[in-house]
Design a protein around this ligand. Structure first.
Ligand code: UD1
Ligand code: UDP
Length: 376
């Protein structure tokens, strides 16, 4: 019998993640699963959304909401109501969500209250900092999920510490949720799309960038962008790094950060910092693969730094991707100019580094799809 799931996407990284899972679910054998896609419209600029569908061959959404930007309550509340309406009509056998955004939380809450099993990909991550909206979203989503697919061993441990203990003698249910360590679907994507990116992207040529001759940076966290002092400190650090390194620093800028810089008018930007529009995933892969080092507050970009074996200076006080720090491939610089510069110097020194395979074997999406076929 064919089962159906409704997958919720809304923010840039979820659209990218959907590429890996949609590929696996279309290909896999066993019980048939029909996937419907709902885009909440949380991200809506062409370079934050449409570009990924086109480039990565993701099926067009079956349901398109127009949520847009706004406070957490309005944004999450309007999605919750609209997703509930879709679920009422569609009655899928499961609802799948990625990560930790407001779109994730809205999907999980709507489905759990309607007794539709929630499938959470990227379950179990914790920063142990509840000032992050993402931490609240992750915890609520995990605790309303029936299937929890954890990308790392640490994520499984975090869930065990919160009382998750699957009983294999009982059926999988919201009261007996299945936790599975699968590896990271973003690793699947980076492997799958890396050669396509080499063929199709001309981002290096377009921006006059030499391989190993530039630094890459992204900034978008609310606590970095919405706090002017932190944003100034981050740019002080980046400006120092530019003076010392003498090479360009490429900054594909999230619209949130662009808005804040424009509103402030007091952020000094070094002449070697090249602010560009957000780029496509293929362009991002090329920038990550050929940069000298990455400086970021993004979750996804931290991991991609690891996949492409680049040192990563993290503009946060803590991270849920603790393995990157533990293996010596990342440093936490927070918004401290001195630590940002020290981080740059540390990874410039060219120490020998190891990259154990902590994110699986590039087949996480297949593993997830097999488990769903078996248990849903
Ligand atoms: C959201 C997620 C964050 C994730 C990030 C990925 C939440 C609470 N946060 O943060 O976890 O890491 O997406 O990028 O869900 N904007 C535009 N155009 C767009 C989208 C956003 O101009 O297409 C601007 C608007 O000014 C908006 C701001 O960016 O207010 C923030 O967007 P929002 O989706 O609320 O949060 P993100 O910072 O993108
Ligand atoms: N990304 C992209 N273009 C950009 C910046 C990021 O394609 O200009 C990709 C990046 O490669 C990663 C994902 O977007 O796969 C990360 O998303 P983001 O940093 O917005 O969110 P987070 O991962 O922190 O939730």
């Amino acid at each position: 019998m064919t089962k159906s799931i409704l997958t919720i996407v809304g923010a840039r990284p979820q659209i990218i993640k959907a590429a890996a899972f949609s590929r696996a679910i279309r290909k896999g054998s066993g019980a048939k699963i029909k996937e419907y896609l709902l885009h909440t419209g949380q991200h809506y600029d062409a370079n934050m959304s449409r570009v990924f569908f086109e480039e990565m061959g993701i099926p067009q959404p079956d349901f398109q909401l127009s949520t847009g930007s706004g406070g957490h309550g309005r944004q999450t509340g309007s999605m919750l109501e609209a997703i509930e309406n879709v679920l009422n009509d569609l009655r899928p056998d499961g609802l799948l969500v990625y990560g930790d955004t407001n779109s994730t939380l809205a999907g999980a809450l709507a489905a759990a209250k309607m007794h539709i099993p929630v499938i959470h990909i990227e379950a179990g991550l914790r920063s142990f900092n509840k000032n992050m909206p993402e931490e609240i979203n992750r915890i609520c989503t995990d605790h309303t999920s029936t299937f929890l697919f954890a990308p790392t061993a640490t994520a499984v441990k975090n869930l065990e510490n919160e009382g998750f203990a699957f009983d294999g003698n009982k059926p999988v249910s919201i009261d007996n949720p299945l936790v599975k360590h699968t590896g990271d679907i973003m690793y699947d994507n980076s492997l799958y799309f890396a050669s396509m990116a080499e063929e199709k992207s001309s981002v290096l040529e377009q921006n006059g960038l030499k391989k190993d001759g530039f630094l890459l940076c992204t900034i978008h966290r609310d606590f970095n962008t919405d706090n002017e002092e932190r944003l100034q400190n981050i740019f002080s650090g980046l400006n120092e790094v530019c003076s010392v390194s003498g090479i360009p620093l490429v900054l594909p800028l999230h619209p949130r950060t662009r808005n804040r810089i424009e509103q402030s008018g007091r952020i000094n930007v070094h002449k070697n910092i090249r602010i560009i529009e957000p780029v496509s995933f293929f362009d991002m892969i090329m920038l990550e693969k050929y940069c000298r080092m990455i400086i970021t507050d993004s979750g996804g970009v931290q991991k991609e730094a690891y996949f492409f074996r680049k040192g990563c200076v993290v503009l946060r006080p803590e991270t849920e991707w603790v393995e990157i720090m533990e293996t010596g491939n990342g440093v936490l610089a927070d918004a401290d100019p001195q630590k940002i510069l020290e981080g740059y110097r540390h990874f410039s020194a060219g120490h020998e580094r190891n990259y154990p395979s902590i994110y699986g074997n590039g087949k996480a999406a297949e593993d997830i799809s097999k488990t769903i076929r078996k248990h849903l």
